[in-house]
Write a protein that binds this ligand. Structure first.
Ligand SMILES: [Fe+2]
Length: 391
């Protein structure tokens, strides 16, 4: 490249960064998320707390003890967060579920689930309540379908470089098209926004894709192919019919780790969200709530799909896999992250835990029994994983 051309290119790159950086930083709400000096960044997930203004003491105590034990840098509430009736009760419920983060000064963000807006309060009003308590989620473009779709960059441990990106996506409630039915899906305009924003981040990063994790409530329908659910030759009914295929609701054992105690419940249709992830190439993993008793992780076309089971003790669930999800990012290896489910039974059985003393708690004997059941199920799953004929 000729020297003059090189200089012009450099000036253009600086100009472009100068133009784009303020946009990016202005969208970033205080506090700025940044990798720690040791290169880690921990994200804890609370899925489907799904309770009203009288939040279960056990749920609250689980949140508190998980935060104190693991000291995350960010918490993401994965939707179906509150189901109190009316404005005042929803406000009180939001105050209750965010209190463990607020009182500890832990930054937090939310996505909405299918139930949040079913209690007579619009999502825009709910988001305003969350932001009153310091929530980082914002409505990046109020014209987009839904509410609260946005991104949160994580900066490098030093400097102004955006090292990693978090997408918070509103996956809607029920599909308003009664002919199609089922759960809602991420719409074309949200996908276009995602693609454009990812391109902006890439430009800011000197042309290199910024790796990212996506958080949304409702799982994508591609999970059925990811987990190898057998397809019937013809579509039958609509209970397990996704993207035109009907599946027998038993997953392939080798397709996932963790436990799947109910068939996933994605929307019946898609506007191409998963394909956009593959095409854009930034998303390392996506985490979902919604299916309260599933704790699987599967991989499809290079993207991990993980269902985080409920943290809540006031909706359908069990003690086998209730808990909180914990992601640990490593600044020196951004394509690889670690994930673990922190089980409620382990938190309750930890020395000094107040969970067994909370109102509505089970006995320690019960928690031990559930731990045993979980270990047995995991051991049986491991045997199947090791058998070539099952694979
Ligand atoms: Fe839920």
């Amino acid at each position: 490249m000729k020297p003059m051309k090189k200089i012009v290119c450099c000036l253009l790159a600086i100009l472009m960064t100068a133009m784009l950086l303020p946009l990016s930083v202005s969208a970033q709400t205080s506090p700025v998320l940044r990798f720690n000096e040791d290169g880690t960044f921990k994200i804890m997930m609370f899925a489907d707390s799904q309770d009203d203004e009288n939040l279960e003491e056990t749920t609250l105590q689980l949140m508190r003890e998980a935060l104190d034990t693991y000291q995350p840098d960010l918490v993401v509430y994965l939707g179906d967060n509150t189901v109190a009736s009316g404005y005042d009760n929803q406000h009180a419920a939001i105050e209750a579920i965010t209190e463990p983060c607020v009182s500890r000064g832990v930054p937090f963000a939310i996505v909405f689930g299918n139930h949040d807006q079913e209690q007579g309060v619009e999502k825009e009003d709910l988001l305003a309540m969350y932001r009153e308590f310091g929530c980082l989620t914002y409505d990046a473009d109020p014209d987009l379908y839904g509410c609260g779709t946005c991104n949160l960059p994580i900066f490098a441990s030093s400097g102004l470089k955006i090292a990693f990106n978090l997408w918070l996506t509103d996956s809607g409630s029920r599909n308003p098209d009664k002919e199609v039915g089922g759960y809602d899906y991420v719409r074309e305009d949200q996908i276009e926004w995602y693609k454009n924003k990812a391109a902006t981040l890439k430009a800011l990063n000197g042309g290199e894709t910024v790796p990212a994790i996506n958080f949304q409530h409702i799982v994508v329908p591609e999970v059925y192919d990811a987990m190898g659910y057998p397809k019937l030759p013809v579509a039958v009914g609509d209970v397990t019919t996704y993207l035109g295929n009907t599946y027998i609701p038993v997953p392939k054992f080798s397709s996932h780790t963790g436990i799947s105690l109910e068939p996933p419940c994605p929307p019946y249709v898609t506007a191409g969200q998963f394909d956009a992830w593959v095409e854009t190439g930034d998303i390392v993993a996506s985490f979902f709530g919604h299916d309260h008793v599933n704790s699987y992780t599967t991989n499809y076309k290079g993207i991990d799909l993980t269902s985080v089971p409920t943290v809540g003790c006031n909706s359908y669930s069990n003690e086998i896999n209730r808990g909180v999800g914990l992601i640990t990012l490593n600044e020196n290896d951004l394509q690889n992250y670690s994930y673990e489910l922190i089980h409620m039974y382990d938190m309750a059985l930890a020395e000094g835990s107040e969970i067994p003393n909370a109102d509505g708690a089970k006995s320690t004997v019960y928690y031990r029994f559930m731990k045993l059941v979980d270990k047995l199920l995991t051991a049986i799953h491991s045997i199947f994983l090791a058998m070539p004929v099952i694979k």
